[in-house]
Design a protein around this ligand. Structure first.
Ligand code: FAD
Length: 190
């Protein structure tokens, strides 16, 4: 994957991608991480960034504990926890009284990378739960039990995109052509 690059476009609904754009990205990628160019491209996407004329995020407190959080351009995802903390501080400064802090449910992220043994390769996991031996997304080798685990987790995904980000199911080369209908059934509890 090559990192995102930004362009200021006249048409704010234009989220298309182009051959020239890809060439430009590959050239940049070649300089940063040349080995990545030997990897296959599994998805091409473009999106609109919530940028403003300011270079920084626009977070403001208004009257009556009303906060606007806008212009959260790139790095907004990475900064999200810090933004939440900042917003909380603004609300407290404005007189909000917080209750006692509650312990969060312990959350263990599943291993989605190839650096460690994945469930489909793990005989003991498969012996304990046969669903780990049933690959549902063949591109990403995500198993039925991993999908069930995600759906049964403390904060379960509610969309195919969310399920994909938790398990990688549907995010591979075929972009869900083979597994999306089955994943949707599971998501809808059928
Ligand atoms: C291609 C791309 C790659 C990126 N990569 C990274 C990255 O690697 N790391 C990183 O930290 N950040 C990255 N970002 C930036 C990150 O995605 C944003 O900073 C972040 O999503 C902003 O969060 P937000 O909640 O402010 O806005 P959004 O995530 O845009 O959420 C706004 C929501 O409001 C909804 N909405 C809009 N108008 C209305 C309306 N009138 N009524 C009701 N709902 C409405 C929208 O549908 C949307 O769901 C990337 C962005 C893009 C586009």
């Amino acid at each position: 994957m090559l990192g995102p690059t930004a362009q200021n476009l006249e048409d704010k609904t234009d989220s298309g991608s182009s051959e020239d754009g890809l060439k430009f990205l590959r050239e940049k990628g070649r300089k940063i991480a040349p080995e990545l160019l030997d990897e296959e491209i599994t998805a091409i996407y473009a999106g609109l960034r919530a940028s403003t004329e300011h270079s920084d995020f626009q977070i403001r407190a208004h009257q009556n504990k009303y906060i606007t959080v806008g212009g959260i351009r790139s790095t907004g995802l990475t900064a999200s926890m810090a933004i939440a903390e900042y917003v909380k501080d603004l609300l407290v400064k404005d007189g909000l009284i917080l209750g006692a802090e509650k312990a969060l449910p312990p959350i263990t992220m599943p291993n989605l990378g190839e650096a460690f043994k994945r469930p489909y390769q793990d005989e003991s996991a498969i012996a304990a739960k046969s669903g780990y031996g049933e690959i549902i997304c063949h591109c990403e080798r995500a198993t039925r039990q991993e999908v069930l685990d995600a759906l049964d987790s403390a904060i379960p995904p509610t969309t195919l995109g969310g399920l994909g980000r938790r398990t990688r199911a549907g995010l591979g080369r075929c972009q869900g052509f083979y597994c999306h209908s089955e994943l949707r059934k599971m998501l809808e509890g059928k």
